[in-house]
Design a protein around this ligand. Structure first.
Ligand code: PMP
Length: 364
């Protein structure tokens, strides 16, 4: 069976060596006599797995000791609610930049619990840029950004300055794609299913002083305090997803860490964007300075809407036949999108560009 180059936005490709190791250990993990899937989360081998996952992600992301690291469930979407519930608790207002679908969802959830001030939006130009941030309301309980906009293909290449207001970042689709200064943030969170592992576990990183803001009496599962006190094991954690998360962290460490991964990501992205910028058929709708290294939406120059739709369909169908899968654009944007997360090899992007050139020669 041949594996395809999978350009899915998530769940997405995992490093092949990680999958091979997991396959090797599927029936029997080390000397435990059992699969990680069958293992009690209170067992010694699993305690070592979750402790290892935490130690490795602390190392790879350079997370200081004054931050908690949690492995939660409910996806990044549950964080949209838990964050205001736990932290929008002093003045009951927070600042949000609207930079796409996920940033909007974070603001909408916060609105249920207080005031979500919109301090910048790129909706006017179909999310193709990032609004300039000129500071935060000093009374805001926090300032929220979506670091990498998975659907729209924009990414903050420098972190906005918001003064003393705690900065919270949704890093679901950009985590460990590049070095990131964790100390600029009060809280970071990421669903695993792009750069960290399979769906089912969400990484949450919380600066310890933020814990003082958490009100008493929250439902246990919705309070970060519960999960900190329980070492991410208040209830049964997603054991297998955490195990794969650990293997992915080992892979990142062995590759040379975030800096090396970043250089590879830059090379992959440059290859694709350079082609898009020189193509007579395809183009990137995103402003150059904020283009994402991870998610690359692209359109064709066809002006007639029906013809453009037909051309997109033809591209997706033919690329699939060539072993390049999941290139259809998000339904809200149309066109195509190539997600080129950490595990996408350079060869995958080279194959995509070669296919696009050949398609262009035939169809432009
Ligand atoms: N934030 C971002 C940036 C995302 O890309 C996604 C999912 N694609 C989410 C949040 C929602 O994540 P989940 O499906 O894990 O709830």
């Amino acid at each position: 069976m041949k594996r395809f180059y999978n350009f899915s936005a998530g769940p997405s490709m995992l490093p092949e060596s990680v999958l091979a190791k997991a396959a090797d250990e599927m029936l029997c993990y080390e000397t435990s006599g059992q699969s990680v899937m069958e293992m009690s989360h209170r067992s010694k081998p699993f305690e070592a797995i979750i402790a290892g996952a935490e130690a490795l992600v602390r190392q790879n992301m350079a997370i200081p000791d004054d931050y908690h690291v949690l492995f939660l469930q409910g996806g990044a979407s549950l964080q949209f609610h838990m964050l205001p519930l736990n932290f929008m608790t002093i003045n009951k207002k927070a600042d949000f930049t609207l930079t796409g679908t996920w940033a909007q969802k974070a603001a909408e959830e916060a609105k249920r619990l207080g005031t979500a001030n919109i301090v910048g939006s790129s909706k006017d130009k179909k999310w193709s840029y990032l609004p300039e941030i000129t500071g935060a309301d000093p009374e805001a309980d926090y300032f929220h950004i979506c670091y990498n906009n998975t659907i729209e293909g924009t990414q903050y290449h420098s972190i906005p300055e918001v003064g003393a207001v705690p900065l919270i970042g949704d890093i679901s689709s950009g985590v460990l794609s590049a070095p990131l200064d964790v100390t600029r943030f009060a809280v970071l969170y990421a669903g695993a299913q792009k750069n960290l592992g399979p769906a089912g576990v969400t990484l949450v990183i919380i600066r310890k002083d933020m814990m003082e803001r958490i009100p008493a009496g929250l439902p246990a599962m919705l309070s970060y305090k519960t999960h900190v006190d329980g070492g991410s094991m208040y209830n049964t954690p997603p054991c297998y997803a955490i195990y794969i998360f650990k293997l992915v962290q080992e892979w990142i460490r062995d590759m040379g860490g975030a800096e090396v991964i970043y250089r590879q990501n830059q090379e992959k992205a440059r290859l694709l964007y350079d082609f898009l910028d020189s193509s007579s058929l395809f183009f990137s709708p995103v402003e150059k300075s904020v283009r994402s290294l991870m998610n690359v939406p692209f359109l064709t120059t066809e002006k007639d809407a029906d013809k453009a739709e037909a051309l997109n369909k033809k591209f997706v169908k033919e690329s699939e036949a060539a072993g390049l899968v999941n290139l259809a654009g998000h339904r809200s944007v149309g066109g195509m999108r190539a997600s080129i997360y950490n595990a996408m090899p350079l060869e995958g992007v080279q194959a995509l560009v070669a296919f696009m050139k050949e398609f262009e020669a035939r169809c432009a």
